[in-house]
Ligand binder design. Structure first.
Ligand code: FMN
Length: 203
């Protein structure tokens, strides 16, 4: 019996909050993928290196994202790890779908031609990676796409570019970057800024 088919651990009296995943801290990724003549960009905070040599990177995508349907047929993607001044772009790419909007038409987006894959990468990040798809792993709801990094693009002065950090909301190192909003802000009014802390209850 594989581990995945083993019965779930019986539930205990200790409830598991449904939003525990928000406790993760990560740099927001911007995934680009080709859809025929079109290019799509989506935000993916679940972006990680998973192997050093060869260098493999993984993005984990939920069922809502159109990108998830595009990566397999494309067989390649690019991943940019956002710089802190790309909070508004991360918000845009994570709040709208290619089903509703051509996100590449936004003035926030600067694309650069790739060397070894056919989809361009988002410029201005901490690093941008051109990836060939090597593996897809299906989880109960999410799906992991693992790519081998075949080319990488660093800024001219890599140490001067600071990452956009996601921990619940998007923050830079200890502060809230300008232009950031809540990912679900499309349907909620007024939107809370990323990284904002709700007022403490008086005890
Ligand atoms: C900051 C941020 C991070 C996100 N990270 C992920 C992620 O790791 N995986 C995922 O499936 N969706 C993530 N999302 C949601 C998708 O980006 C969102 O569903 C997007 O509309 C998908 O675009 P698409 O339909 O054009 O692919 C994130 C959203 C935001 C704002």
């Amino acid at each position: 019996m594989s581990l995945a088919t083993q019965p779930s651990v019986p539930s205990t009296d200790i409830p598991i909050p449904p939003d525990l995943w928000k406790r993760l801290t990560s740099t927001v990724g911007l995934v680009t993928v080709r859809d025929g003549e079109r290019v799509n960009i989506m935000s993916a905070e679940w972006s990680y290196f998973v192997n050093k040599q060869p260098l493999w990177v993984a993005v984990v995508l939920g069922p809502r994202s159109a990108t998830r349907e595009l990566i397999g047929p494309a067989g390649e993607f690019c991943l940019t790890l956002c710089a802190e001044d790309q909070a508004a772009l991360a918000d845009l790419a994570g709040s709208f779908s290619i089903r509703d909007l051509d996100k590449t038409s936004s003035e926030l987006v600067s694309l650069a031609a790739a060397r070894l894959v056919s989809v361009p990468w988002v410029d201005g990040g901490v690093v941008a990676l051109e990836c060939q798809l090597r593996q897809e792993i299906a989880f109960p709801v999410h799906r992991m796409f693992v790519g081998e990094v075949v080319a990488a693009h660093l800024p001219e002065r890599p140490d001067s570019v600071r990452p956009l950090v996601k921990h619940g909301g998007c923050t830079s190192w200890g502060s809230v970057p300008s232009g950031a909003r809540s990912p679900s802000s499309r349907n909620a009014a007024p939107p809370a800024p990323y990284g904002s802390v709700p007022p403490r209850r008086r005890s």
